[in-house]
Design a binder for this molecule. Structure first.
Ligand SMILES: [Zn+2]
Length: 219
């Protein structure tokens, strides 16, 4: 019995080290092996890969009419417009959080920042802030309603869908919200949809789901 316990302790040791390395990369510091951060829990299983292989690419955002109609930043957590901060406006984006994302079943390392309390991939966030600030100058207030989704959250949504308790959800690893590059925006708020239709492309954002006019991606 004591031999067995000893063996288990030994086998857990590499996992503890791996988790410690994963945590220490959360400050955005680049590690040679940072692609393994979080991978012990986030990696797709063989079953999930098989589900993805036969999936047709359709999913439906589970998002409320009320969220889409949010008229202004409900959190106030991301401060004044970047253009009023001058060079300092890049400061919030320099302290991103390294995490595991997916694009069409392919695992990738991304770094996220927070906008309207939602995690967003940093390059996408930077483009969004420029776009939002331009819209504000036209009196239109764009809010991120939904952004990056973790593997754990996608597994939860997919399980709910399979149990007929939730919206159509992509298999884990295959939701376009797992990339951090997809944003749902408040297109039912005054002026937002019309402004985005005219200007989103200027900032690199485009609609990728024909039936969802709130869903934009930036790559
Ligand atoms: Zn979406």
């Amino acid at each position: 019995m004591s031999t067995l316990r000893h063996g288990m302790k030994l086998s857990l040791f590499p996992l503890v080290v791996a988790l410690a390395v994963g945590c220490s990369s959360g400050d955005g510091t680049t590690f040679g092996d940072e692609s393994v951060a979080g991978s012990s829990e986030d990696a797709m299983t063989a079953d999930e890969a098989a589900l993805g292989a036969s999936w047709n690419g359709e999913e439906a955002d589970d998002i409320s009419e009320a969220d889409l109609a949010i008229a202004s930043d409900p959190t106030g957590d991301d401060g004044p417009p970047a253009d009023s901060l001058g060079p300092q406006s890049i400061r919030p984006l320099s302290s991103c959080t390294r995490t595991t994302g997916f694009n069409k079943g392919k695992q990738m390392s991304i770094c996220t920042v927070t906008i309207n309390s939602k995690a967003v991939e940093q390059g996408t966030a930077s483009a969004f802030v420029k776009m939002r600030d331009a819209a504000r100058r036209s009196g239109v207030d764009i809010v991120v309603v939904s952004g990056f989704r973790t593997m754990a959250k996608q597994r939860e949504l997919y399980a709910a869908y399979k149990a007929h308790r939730g919206n159509l959800a992509a298999p884990p690893g295959y939701s376009n919200h797992q990339s951090g590059h997809a944003l749902d925006l408040n297109t039912k708020a005054p002026g937002v949809n019309a402004w985005l239709s005219r200007n989103a492309a200027t900032y690199g954002f485009r609609r990728t789901v024909p039936s969802e006019n709130w869903h934009y991606e930036k790559w």
